[in-house]
Design a protein around this ligand. Structure first.
Ligand code: UD1
Length: 423
């Protein structure tokens, strides 16, 4: 398995292009199941998760053509399609569950393997299934698979109150509701930019949706959806990750394609920590205002709060900040697995339940470390940029799920980072 070797200490300066959002692409692609006509997505990120979803959609009968080096994907599904999403593919990536709503809307039935837990905690699907049941679906769990059936006349519009603003459940219900009979209202919907991007694309396909980006989304069902071409929104998590780079290295980095409206509370926190953020005509420029960033307290929340997907990277930064910070993880139950790895590099972190207390040290030291999940992997690379000596991040297959060419993007701005091919 490949590893990433980082030799810390270089100041970084220059431009870093930010890719299309993984989490947007993973919900836009299943939208192709809602229409017999082609859906073309541009600004696609080149990631292994996209490959996994391509494989799943092809297994359901979608035809997918990749162009422009994988940056453009044209997809279409004609006629009757397979409605079984097999465990062997779904287990690789939880977001595969986003075919449930579209399959049910299109075929009236869906059999989708339950994805199972993952490293960051149990990830149930009750909010998805309760929502679809409110629309008339009958769903039962058999042999590890969700067997879902729509009523004979198809899914019916309904008023659905989410107990929690789940991103995936909002996406599944939103897609299902586009072809349901009547009006669906989702209360306490997630407000993430990826939801707005999905709604934009569905509108281009002919869907009638209002309120995306707010807590109440209203969908008026239509009989059919048509063709569309849609650019995937910028990846706000990749953006936030690279915006933190100057905190570790000094210098000034311009994140191309970056936008403040995509990153909510994150920008206020990094400004409070001592990073200066300037909007440019190409994106966002970031530099550190003094030699060392300052401690700040962070609580993860649904958008526009501080994103859980940037918590690990923020923790890595707070490890070298001046003072003590308290980090609270409110979205996932077990998302501090990067903490012991950062401690191996000399960080001072204590974890109790969902709270981590981080006391900044002057310098971290390079060490061999293990990547436990996608965002944890990149937090260790960031830590390595500031550490003395060499950091070897092992098991980077997680990283390739969500960051394209991270070592190339960092080398291009002056980092000493390389990928060492595994056996
Ligand atoms: C999405 C993102 C992921 C991000 C997360 C939170 C994708 C592909 N992934 O994941 O990167 O970290 O949002 O911003 O977009 N929950 C339930 N029941 C459900 C659904 C969720 O209890 O039916 C709980 C989960 O266990 C978790 C929390 O709600 O604790 C957040 O989950 P959710 O917002 O659904 O995240 P995902 O869509 O899985």
């Amino acid at each position: 398995m490949d590893s990433i070797v980082v030799r810390g200490g270089n100041e970084l300066n220059g431009q870093i292009p930010i890719a299309g959002a993984k989490n947007a692409a993973l919900t836009l692609m299943p939208a192709t199941l809602l229409s017999e006509e082609p859906l073309t997505l541009t600004n696609m990120p080149r990631l292994s998760d996209i490959g996994t979803l391509t494989q799943l959609l092809e297994s359901l009968g979608a035809e997918i053509t990749s162009m422009a080096d994988g940056r453009v994907k044209a997809m279409s599904t004609h006629g009757k399609i397979n409605h079984v999403a097999e465990y062997d593919i779904v287990r690789k990536m939880r977001a595969s569950n986003l075919v449930l709503g579209p399959l049910l809307a299109r075929e009236g039935q869906a059999v989708v393997s339950l994805p199972g837990g993952c490293a960051i905690g149990a990830r149930p699907m009750d909010i998805h299934t309760n929502g679809l049941e409110a629309m008339g679906a009958e769903i039962e769990l058999k042999d590890g698979y969700l067997h879902a059936k729509a009523p004979l006349k198809g899914l019916q519009g309904a008023v659905i109150d989410f107990p929690f603003a789940s991103v995936g459940a909002t996406e599944n219900i939103l897609m299902a509701a586009t072809l349901a009979k009547g009006t669906t209202v989702i209360n306490n919907a997630a407000r993430e930019p990826e939801i707005v991007d999905l709604a934009d694309c569905l509108r281009k396909m002919g869907a009638q949706i209002d309120g995306d980006g707010t807590s109440t989304i209203t969908v008026q069902g239509v009989d059919r959806l048509g063709a569309a071409t849609h650019p995937v929104v910028t990846d706000r998590i990749e953006l936030g990750t690279f915006m933190l780079v100057p905190a570790f290295t000094g210098g000034e980095v311009e994140c191309l394609g970056g936008r403040l409206d995509l990153i909510g509370a994150f920008v206020e926190k990094i400004q409070a920590a001592g990073l200066e953020v300037t909007e440019t005509d190409k994106g966002l420029k970031v530099k550190r205002v003094s030699d060392r960033v300052k401690a700040v307290d962070v609580t993860t929340e649904p958008f526009p709060g501080f994103p859980t997907d940037l918590q690990a990277q923020m923790m890595a930064m707070l490890c070298i900040a001046d003072g003590t910070s308290v980090l609270e993880e409110k979205i996932f139950e077990n998302r501090f697995m990067h903490a012991p790895e950062l401690v191996r590099m000399g960080a001072d972190i204590s974890v109790e339940g969902g709270t981590a207390t981080v006391t900044g040290v002057q310098k971290m030291k390079g060490a061999p470390v293990m990547a436990t999940d996608l965002r944890a992997s990149v937090s260790l690379i960031l830590a390595g940029l500031a550490a003395e000596g060499e950091t070897v991040v092992n098991r980077v297959y997680h990283l390739d799920r969500g960051y394209e060419f991270v070592e190339r993007k960092l080398s291009a701005v002056g980092a000493d980072v390389e990928r060492v091919k595994g056996q």
